[in-house]
Design a protein around this ligand. Structure first.
Ligand SMILES: Nc1ncnc2c1ncn2[C@@H]1O[C@H](COP(=O)(O)OP(=O)(O)O)[C@@H](O)[C@H]1O
Ligand SMILES: [Mg+2]
Length: 379
């Protein structure tokens, strides 16, 4: 019988803010206790390069490879912070689960000749050099978590609902968990243990873009700026008409869709007040999430919110406003601070991999079956 082991989970999401890492002790039943948390921010030029790599550009293969090396160095930096704050050595860690930086997410890329026998398989691309991370840390690295699910016909995302079930699920009531990163995703945890999950639409990505373009700040701290603006009804209607929001799960998305050009083509021509656009983007983000809760999780009495969006008080207030009868709480109040949840999920996914246990949920991703996710890069 294996005993509890230490794992490190590392996540850098579509917000492009930086790398969150946790060191967690995980027991053989998969129960997890976070020991420490560390964060390293991306500097502005690197963030701009990652943003640029989300779209086709000159010499992108070369630049992607270099960015993957740089990501590995940032990840290693977080690992070293975690080791030193916990007083542990590399040999005390069973493995690192490293997500990498998504620059493309196109799960269903039709090639024109697709038939039922040759179902379309798209691709998803997370930049990281896992070999370099293993070399820099002396710890086994598990990476490439999403591609196996795509190969099995799934969306490859979201991957966190199984973890949400383990941490936040309850035997007596339906709970919904909303992760607001750059993109937002919802998990619906039913009392019988069944789980649904999908990407709702934008999380912080559009609000961050508008805020940084108009105020210079990387994000609208606590939503204070958006609270000074007024929602523009016509713009809100235009944003809400996005077809992705009407699609039924399984579904996932990324900056491939919700990016600055998507917003630009929808802005009114009569130069609106920037704070009014911010208020509208905040309202749009809240509505995209709240409507999915109403539509697909009517039994949920509680919505647990994690990801950096949980720190946006205005967004949380708008969510609560649109969900009367549902208790909207930060994950902090349920035992795991918002910026630790996704990193903890990748520690948990690494443990699943080492134990050769499946961690994808076909009910979420739409894959043919559950698979062991991730590939190992030995220390
Ligand atoms: N105090 C805050 N007020 C408002 N938004 C915040 C705050 N702190 C973090 N955020 C938002 O959360 C984002 C980071 O969230 P995170 O969960 O790391 O997303 P991702 O997984 O996409 O990287 C930031 O880019 C910002 O948009
Ligand atoms: Mg982040």
């Amino acid at each position: 019988m294996p005993t509890s082991e230490n794992f490190i989970g590392l996540m850098s999401g579509t917000s492009l803010d930086g790398v969150d890492g946790v060191l967690a002790c995980i027991n053989p039943q998969g129960q997890l206790a976070v020991q420490s948390h560390a964060f390293t921010a991306f500097d502005a030029p690197f963030k701009a390069e990652l943003m640029a790599l989300n779209q086709s550009g000159p010499n992108e293969l070369h630049r992607s490879a270099l960015a993957g090396n740089q990501i590995a160095r940032h990840y290693a930096n977080v690992v070293h912070q975690l080791l030193s704050s916990s007083g542990l050595q590399p040999q005390d860690i069973a493995a690192i689960g490293a997500h990498g930086q998504t620059v493309r997410h196109r799960p269903l890329e039709f090639d024109g000749n697709a038939t039922l026998e040759r179902a379309p398989v798209g691709y998803t691309l997370q930049l990281i050099n896992p070999s370099l991370l293993a070399e820099l840390t002396g710890i086994d690295v598990v990476a490439d978590f999403r591609n196996r699910d795509l190969a099995a016909g799934g969306q490859g995302a979201p991957l966190v609902p199984a973890f949400h079930q383990g941490v936040f699920g309850r035997p007596a009531s339906c709970v919904a968990v909303l992760n607001i990163g750059g993109i937002s995703n919802l998990s619906v945890l039913h009392p019988d243990g069944s789980v649904l999950g999908w990407d709702c639409g934008p999380g912080n990505a559009l609000m961050d873009h508008w805020c940084s373009a108009h105020t210079g700040a990387p994000y609208d701290d606590n939503g204070t700026w958006s609270a000074t603006g007024r929602v523009i009804p016509d713009l809100l209607t235009t944003l809400k008409a996005e077809a992705f929001l009407q699609r039924l799960p399984p579904k996932s998305t990324g900056r491939d869709l919700f990016n600055p050009s998507w917003l630009q083509t929808r802005l009114p021509s009569d130069t609106p007040q920037p704070q009014d656009v911010q208020a509208t983007l905040t309202e749009f983000t809240a509505l995209a999430c709240a409507n999915d809760v109403k539509r697909h999780a009517p039994a949920a009495q509680e919505l647990i919110v994690c990801g950096g969006g949980a720190l946006n008080g205005q967004l949380m207030q708008r969510l609560a406003q649109h969900l009367p009868g549902v208790q909207v709480v930060s994950s902090e109040l349920r035992g795991l601070p918002p910026l630790q949840v996704e990193a903890a999920a990748f520690a948990w996914l690494a443990a699943k991999n080492l134990r050769r246990e499946t961690s994808s949920l076909p009910s979420v991703t739409g894959a043919r079956g559950a698979r062991v996710l991730g590939a190992i890069y030995p220390r």
